[in-house]
Design a protein around this ligand. Sequence first.
Ligand code: SAH
Ligand code: SF4
Ligand code: F3S
Length: 514
Amino acid sequence: MNENQRLEGQQVKTGNPSDKKSEKDYSKYFETVFVPPSLKDAKKRGKEEVKYHDDFKISEEFRGMGDGRKFYIRTYGCQMNEHDTEVMAGIFMALGYEATDSVEDADVILLNTCAIRENAENKVFGELGHLKHLKTQKPDLLLGVCGCMSQEESVVNKILKTYTQVDIIFGTHNIHRLPNILKEAYMSKEMVVEVWSKEGDVIENLPKVRRGNIKGWVNIMYGCDKFCTYCIVPYTRGKERSRRPEEIIQEVRELAAHGYQEITLLGQNVNAYGKDFEDREYGLGDLMDEIRHIGIPRIRFTTSHPRDFDDYLIEVLAKGGNLMDHIHLPVQSGSTDVLKIMARKYTREQYLELVRKIKAAMPDVALTTDIIVGYPNETDEQFEETLSLYREVGFEAAYTFIYSPREGTPAAKMKDNVPMEVKKERLQRLNALVNELSAKALEKYKGQTVEVLVEGESKNNPDVLAGYTSKNKLVNFVGPKTAIGKIVKVKITDTKTWSLNGEMVEELQSVEVK
Ligand code: SAH
Ligand code: SF4
Ligand code: F3S
């Protein structure tokens, strides 16, 4: 029995969705839902087939639950988390809740959390502290924690012990259960905890309220089976499950019909798309090749794992057109020895060979990456190899991180002889190089005319518009507000380290889809 299960007055159910009774039975048997997470269970990978459902509906018993109530969701994580927020917003709206962007106005506040590094988690604990006073002012307020942190036992234990202002904790596999969870929370005085540790099925028809109508996220797969030794994601997101191409294509068609200008295909490791299909041979290359014929001007995907990046995908991407000439290809380290300990399953040379192939097929491609510095026992020489690889590839931008131990992962058990001071110094040196190469990549644009998808007013100046080029470079420029939501031509007048400035030249009439 673990610590959670000993807590008084709470009834325990195992964290396996296959045990679950029908919804009706469930609420009858469990007055207070208490299903805590288990990283150990989350680690298991079974052969059982993924079931696909398209029968999600809001049952009569929940209708009107949100009438006169408002919800607020704060998102801390990656694009996947942002997209989950869109789904939860869709469920709230279907229940009759109204959206608000003020925590003071909200009747339900959800923190959709990220567990990738310790500082991401600390932000959430800090916020729970800040929100506590709202509970005293408004006793009916529901405060919930969902997303990747909910999947960790240590987090759930800490909340149960220290953050008793929290009413709800639910996991990444329980999103479709939001109506049931809310109902339980309204009825119960105890904290409602429902975190399935084993991934559930793929549910196709969950409602969504998308943020904006210019760019859209489209999940193509869930989970990750790579188990890089530092990473918590395979535990918080379950095993790799691909959505079927027909469903994805249908979703992209709908977005195109609604005038969306850009879609990003999402997955933790999109290159593994389709590997779990038993009834067909179909991968990311096949999917991209079909989607590019849909009349949507811009198509992106994230994130790629170098290991599964196959030649066919490169061949398809090289067709260009609405497939964007930017690839985010996380390398993590330039040292083969470190890559080995990270279990990335490629060497420095193999990564460079992949880059060579991509550049041969797409000479003008922009490559960006993710890098971790200060891995346990990383030597100065190994770090230098990361710097030299960065230069050799000529990355145009990068997300850089100091390694953060994640409880339950193999790396967290490794002894580490690198002092934090050294890690910080390495990060600074790497960031200086990242800035140098970004500025250099941007300098080349001076005087050129680029196509920009205009997203809205610039954050700092409402008189200036902002948008992104096909290579995902931020452009600030002067132009009419009517350009928002369109792809326009902008002449670049000035370049900075991370962005371009320019003037609008003309609106693109139509986008050619090859
Ligand atoms: N699936 C993606 C990565 C998702 S996490 C991929 O494999 O490319 C985004 C980035 O966070 C990773 O690429 C890695 O650079 C970083 N990251 C993941 N776990 C980390 C940890 N424990 N400490 C520091 N950075 C980490
Ligand atoms: Fe984490 Fe590796 Fe999976 Fe990316 S591929 S989510 S870094 S385990
Ligand atoms: Fe964070 Fe979970 Fe995404 S850990 S990076 S929100 S998959």
